[in-house]
Design a protein around this ligand. Structure first.
Ligand SMILES: Cc1cc2nc3c(=O)[nH]c(=O)nc-3n(C[C@H](O)[C@H](O)[C@H](O)COP(=O)(O)OP(=O)(O)OC[C@H]3O[C@@H](n4cnc5c(N)ncnc54)[C@H](O)[C@@H]3O)c2cc1C
Length: 291
């Protein structure tokens, strides 16, 4: 199907893009890789009057690791395939695994980290890890710049706290502490081109190699309208020494924290069972990374 007519804008700086977005607001949509936007336009789901392409803006593709304040900055228009290869992302293995399981090689060549976030699908592969790493997002408009927690970014399927004049410019992650590890596990019916039935991202940090656990963040996808923290499971882990029995209990607690529904991909009951299994496995993988 042909896509409807639209006016095309191609700014070359973020400032210029913010000016155009501020002017056109709801009459426009931003284009990064187009793997969601163009598909939705072809399907007749959306027909924006104006498209603002972010592809000519080099500053949105940059990244930096700031050793002094212990933070990593990732430009919103970094493509998934380019980010997977970056050495600076090695300490964020859950994020890299999530990106590596997104779509197919062709999709990953186009898809951007920012597009995956703003698209805000409950089963998306990138947001759970960003929340697990306590990530933040920088949102820019022509008059303002604000930094928001990824934990608060998602409101409902397809909806975020992004205002109609704002652009997501970068993601900020704290550099992981010495005794910390992470993991992401996606459950789908096949390995490629598959949307998660459920997914789990975990991050844990220890005081020293054998514990106790000083930090725990468990984030579940496709079990609620937005990625969900397993708070009961997280609380159960803090202050304890890591063990198989503890992780099995945390898996059960996470299943209680989830709010899944029945749909054609799986029943709510199946999803809860899989959250138990995936959480336990992801915690073990994260611990193995520390040892
Ligand atoms: C065949 C296929 C398979 C897929 N498989 C998966 C999968 O396994 N897992 C998964 O999670 N997703 C999957 N997707 C969805 C999609 O590829 C990802 O969500 C991708 O990361 C979107 O990025 P993009 O750059 O293409 O976004 P775009 O399509 O360009 O944009 C998506 C949305 O975000 C907005 N947007 C983009 N960039 C910004 C920005 N910087 N600031 C503000 N708003 C912005 C756009 O206006 C649009 O609303 C699949 C898609 C296809 C077509």
């Amino acid at each position: 199907m042909l896509i409807p007519r639209f006016n095309y804008h191609k700014p070359s700086t973020l400032k210029e893009a913010c000016e155009i977005k501020g002017e056109l607001k709801d009459k426009s949509m931003l284009l990064s890789g187009g793997t969601d936007l163009i598909v939705n336009m072809k399907g007749g789901v959306i027909s924006p009057e104006n498209i603002i392409s972010l592809n000519g803006i080099e500053e949105l593709k940059l990244h930096s690791v700031d050793g002094r304040n212990g933070q990593t900055h990732i430009g919103a228009c970094g493509t998934v395939s380019s980010l997977i290869k970056e050495k600076f992302l090695l300490p964020y293995s859950a994020l890299v695994t999530g990106m590596d399981s997104l779509g197919s090689p062709i999709i990953r060549n186009l898809a951007t980290i920012g597009g995956n976030i703003v698209n805000a699908r409950p089963a998306a592969d990138i947001p759970p890890s960003l929340i697990a790493f306590n990530g933040k997002a920088t949102l820019c408009s022509r008059s303002d710049k604000r930094v928001v927690s990824m934990d608060e970014f998602f409101l409902s399927p397809g909806k975020t706290i992004l205002n109609n004049d704002e652009i997501l410019s970068e993601i900020i992650l704290d550099n992981p502490s010495t005794y910390s590890g992470s993991a992401y596990i996606k459950l789908g019916t096949r390995k490629a081109l598959e949307i998660s039935i459920v997914n789990v991202a975990v991050f844990i940090s220890l005081e020293k190699p054998n514990g106790p656990i000083t930090g725990a963040r468990i984030v579940m996808g496709a079990v609620g309208p937005v990625p969900m923290r397993a708070s009961t499971a997280e609380d159960m882990l803090i202050g304890e020494r890591p063990s198989e029995a503890l992780f099995a209990e945390a898996g059960k607690a996470a299943s209680g924290d989830a709010g899944p529904i029945d749909d054609f991909r799986g029943s709510a009951e199946y999803r809860r069972d899989m959250i138990t299994v995936l959480t336990e496995r992801a915690l073990k993988k994260a611990l193995d990374e520390i040892k």
